[in-house]
Design a protein around this ligand. Structure first.
Ligand code: FAD
Length: 440
């Protein structure tokens, strides 16, 4: 147990938990939860702290599963793997690969914990794939009373659709069972295009490729496409050169531009054009888990919304127009991704094929006016926020957007009757007014 300041990846969320625990077994997790429940003390759970929102914030107890990592069980024939919930996606990729398996899809970084990534509905891109939580076929949870529950389609099935994306409010997930694919290699092509052409050919790009996404740049007509497909080619042996270009150069040059923009925000539109002009055209082949991920060393704040796939083109055109009309001082590209709808109660892609649009602002630059106005556009099209990213919604606006909101709420109350897993941010989101010991 240790007491120290905690902050998230962006540095925006900072708190000082009274205790930080790193349990090494299921029994230890149960003990920590039972003691907290008896003392009526709140608990939050942290993965690797890559969420932008206040999900993890606590001045009470923080539990990290950093010491509960690795594979527990693999069934190669069935393509199933059970892992400790604290395992980082990067570690998981390597471990699965050793057993001839891989996750079917991933987001664009690989440093989150598998529990944290799934708990917020983290997603990649590809119209044939749901977000990462759709790969979860079972999990083990320590509830707010310290009870250990196995949850899947067949064990406690009434809880399963709530538990796949739970924001850490149903309890501590300690194990996750994933449906995997036989290991595969991917080829990614980075291609430059224009906004109009990308939008015109969007359906073609989405249907003809395994994974398609693109960036558009404020104040520029340039887009950068990321087109990814299966390949039988072996990984290219360009290790250090590739690392130097992709990680050192790309992040370094971009950081210099970001600092310039921060010092001279009125020049952001010019910086954005420069970033667009520098968008690279290249091809890479590697094992799937190494292709999905990029290294992000430049820190930023982010808002990302899910909108219905059918409305996507109107939304992105509105976003582009509004940035130019209002002259927002922003030079960060906008990321556009596409996912299949699913049946997970708190999934932003619940019951609809979806597009995700993400807007970013360099750390230290003013973002509120920009994000709020972008959010207005997203909301006008039935937008649902990414749970791990910034948004300004409350229970009233959220409950109407999630058909299973009330059902999730019931499960939450059943598994955590005292609300020990809620912080102020989550209370606002769930419209809860519970007070524990010493709180007003
Ligand atoms: C640079 C960057 C790139 C990103 N790229 C993407 C992307 O491509 N796609 C995308 O969708 N998102 C992306 N994200 C968002 C990120 O994937 C999510 O915020 C994710 O939740 C972070 O995982 P984490 O392990 O850091 O979890 P944390 O941020 O630490 O926690 C997230 C939530 O999970 C809960 N949680 C964590 N562990 C457990 C557990 N064991 N049991 C119960 N609850 C738990 C926490 O309580 C919290 O509510 C990105 C974020 C950053 C900073």
């Amino acid at each position: 147990m240790a007491k120290k300041q905690w902050s998230n990846w962006s540095g925006m969320v900072v708190c000082e938990p009274s205790e930080i625990h790193f349990p090494t077994s299921e029994e230890e997790v149960v003990k920590i939860v039972q003691q907290a429940a008896e003392a009526k003390t709140r608990i939050r759970i942290v993965g690797t702290g890559h969420s932008f929102s206040h999900l993890v914030y606590t001045n009470d107890i923080l539990i990290s599963l950093d010491k509960l990592k690795g594979l527990i069980d693999v069934d190669k024939e069935k393509g199933e793997a059970t892992v400790w919930a604290g395992t980082e996606i990067k570690e998981l990729g390597a471990l699965l690969f050793e057993h001839g398996l891989a996750q079917e899809n991933l987001g664009d970084i690989d440093v989150q914990s598998i529990a944290g990534a799934t708990a917020t509905g983290t997603h990649g891109t590809g119209v044939a794939f749901g977000n990462i939580a759709t790969q979860v076929i079972g999990l083990t949870l320590v509830t707010g009373t310290g009870e250990v529950l196995n949850i899947s389609d067949t064990e406690n099935p009434a809880l399963f659709k709530a538990a796949q994306i739970s924001l850490g409010v149903l309890g501590v997930i300690i194990k996750i069972k994933l449906k995997c694919l036989p290991a595969y290699n991917l080829e990614i092509k980075l291609v430059k295009s224009t906004f109009n052409e990308t939008i015109e050919k969007l359906d073609h790009y989405n249907q003809e490729n395994r994974n398609f996404e693109f960036y558009n740049f404020p104040y520029s007509e340039t887009t950068q496409l990321r087109i990814t497909n299966l390949t039988k080619k072996p990984p290219a042996k360009d290790g250090f050169k590739r690392y130097f270009n992709d990680v050192v150069m790309e992040n370094g040059v971009f950081w210099v531009m970001c600092e310039f923009s921060k010092l001279f925000p009125t020049q952001s539109h010019k910086v954005s054009k420069l970033v667009a002009a520098g968008a690279v055209t290249t091809t890479k082949v590697n094992n799937s888990h190494k292709i999905f991920a990029t290294v992000r060393n430049v820190r930023f704040n982010e808002m990302e919304y899910n909108v219905p796939a059918d409305d996507y083109k109107m939304v992105i055109k509105d976003i582009k127009k509004r940035i130019e009309q209002r002259k927002y001082q922003v030079h960060f590209p906008i990321e556009n991704r596409f996912v299949k709808g699913d049946d997970i109660w708190l999934s932003p892609a619940y019951d609809r094929d979806s597009a995700y649009i993400a807007v970013h602002m360099y750390k230290g630059m003013e973002y509120k006016r920009y994000f709020r106005e972008m959010e207005e556009i997203f909301m006008a099209y039935g937008g649902r926020p990414h749970w791990g990213k910034m948004h300004y919604q409350t229970a009233e606006s959220l409950e109407t957007r999630y058909p299973k909101w009330e059902a999730f709420h019931k499960v939450r109350k059943q598994l955590d009757p005292e609300g020990i897993f809620l912080n102020d941010y989550l209370k606002r989101m769930f419209g809860e007014k519970t007070f524990l010991r010493g709180e007003k």
